[in-house]
Design a protein around this ligand. Structure first.
Ligand SMILES: C[S@@+](CC[C@H](N)C(=O)[O-])C[C@H]1O[C@@H](n2cnc3c(N)ncnc32)[C@H](O)[C@@H]1O
Length: 431
């Protein structure tokens, strides 16, 4: 495909996604099925254009003075280093190419200073999120929010049960993988540049034989902070496909017991194959109908990686930023309270409960912890900054911390920790 066809395809996908209010991944997949002639390079380039627009659609529209999909796609191309004259030349005679925006719009786009735009435009978020983000991210919330508009890296975790970070680094050397700065087993391939795409590391022998997993460094950090040790009994109450379960099992060196539970069998389904590949033999998977009562009051650690809005993953799922609404946020809060109430009864006296989300919003994070503490006086909040200092002494305090009573909770962000947004709180059941 030539550039004009790729631009037209990106416009079609964005319009389809908007018209049918559906996830961008579905719209891209449908486009691919209907255009089987498109090669993998075309698909990657179209995907990049679409995702780049979605990450910054508000500021692109403001600068262009137009919000139609074609204007936004041209905006990302201009930001990507193409000049208007070059683009016009490249698209000349290309019958698939949408018309370039008029010259005065391009001029406006190139000279507009987003610092003069309303705060929500600068931050590239919907208006209603201004106050929640300010409350969560503090004075520098606009810079923090902007960092969610960047392309993300591809992060992986070396599986200590089968390999080492050094060995996996050697296996992934052709892809430019390097150690991540904080998590001890993390590896990173930098964000995509230009029209490229990340290598499909899942077809590598090292992946197929379980030497590493794909996992954002923020998720690795959250699992590390749970501090699971060999020989302990740990319940991962919202195990889903097992990202944290696998990290916990590896941290325990395969010794002790990890119980993985989820209320949704569909979400849990991939865990079996992943456990197998990783050689995580000390994990018992419990499906929704299982009787968990034998585990009550018996777990050293219970991890609640709660269902949330995913507001911390906007770099990877930028369409979610524009779809998120107040109703969804309220629904998630109710689920979070319920899941914490259900999970806490498994913590043994003196044991620990960890609350993790991949959201930034206080309503899903600190406020849920405060509400939990008010309902459960037998639990006390720990100072998670101390856990961080113990686990990552070299990293320094890069997180955002909020003090609640005598304890403190942590938020990781792309700007501070270079990870997806994650929230972490640790509570202790009084002995
Ligand atoms: C953020 S995801 C978990 C991701 C997973 N821990 C990982 O690291 O890959 C949240 C999970 O919570 C599960 N969930 C939602 N409500 C639940 C409940 N009441 N009890 C247990 N699990 C629940 C969802 O099915 C979903 O899989």
């Amino acid at each position: 495909m030539r550039l004009g066809g790729r631009i037209a395809a990106a416009v079609e996908v964005i319009e389809d996604m908007d018209a049918r209010r559906r996830p961008v991944a579905d719209a891209l997949k449908d486009w691919g099925l209907a255009h089987r002639f498109a090669g993998s390079g075309d698909r990657a380039a179209i995907g990049n254009l679409v995702y780049d627009v979605l990450r910054r659609r508000r500021s692109l529209g403001w600068r262009m003075g137009a919000e139609d999909a074609a204007s936004l796609v041209f905006g990302t191309l201009l930001d990507g280093g193409r000049d208007a004259g070059g683009l016009a030349g490249e698209l000349e005679g290309d019958r698939f190419a949408p018309a370039l925006p008029p010259e005065e719009r391009i001029e406006r786009f190139l000279t507009a200073d987003v610092e003069w735009a309303p705060a929500a435009v600068q931050a590239d978020v919907p208006d209603w999120l201004v106050e929640p983000l300010r409350a969560a991210l503090g004075e520098e919330w606009i810079e923090e929010a902007r960092a969610f508009s960047a392309r993300p890296p591809l992060d992986m975790r070396a599986n200590r049960l089968k390999s080492s970070r050094e060995a996996v680094l050697a296996a992934l050397a052709p892809f430019g993988a390097a150690p991540t700065p904080i998590a001890p087993q993390g590896l990173r391939i930098p964000p995509i540049e230009g029209e490229g795409r990340h290598p499909n590391v899942q077809v590598e022998g090292a992946f197929q034989t379980g030497l590493f997993e794909i996992q954002d460094e923020g998720s690795q950090i959250a699992a590390e902070l749970c501090g699971a040790r060999p020989g302990e009994a740990v319940l991962d109450y919202c195990a889903g496909a097992g990202g944290k379960t696998l990290a916990l099992a590896a941290a325990m060196g395969g010794e002790g017991a990890v119980h993985a539970f989820d209320s949704d069998r569909q979400r849990l389904a991939p865990i079996w194959e992943r456990l197998n590949r990783a050689g995580a033999a000390n994990v018992t998977v419990h499906s929704p109908r299982d009787d968990l009562s034998p585990l009550a009051d018996a777990m050293d650690r219970v991890v609640v990686d709660a269902p949330c809005t995913g507001a911390g993953t906007w770099r990877r799922r930028p369409d979610a930023k524009w779809r998120l609404g107040e109703k969804q946020l309220l629904r998630r809060q109710e689920e979070q309270d319920n899941v914490l109430d259900a999970a806490c009864r498994f913590v043994r006296p003196g044991g620990h409960l960890f609350y993790v989300t991949c959201s930034l919003l206080r309503a899903e994070n600190a406020e849920r912890v405060e509400a939990f503490l008010a309902r459960h006086t037998g639990f006390a909040l720990l100072d998670a900054r101390l856990l961080w200092a113990d686990r990552f002494p070299q990293a320094g305090p890069r997180y955002l911390a909020e003090e609640i009573g005598e304890g403190a909770v942590l938020t990781l962000t792309p700007r501070r920790t270079g990870t997806d947004g994650f929230f972490f709180a640790a509570l202790e059941r009084r002995g």
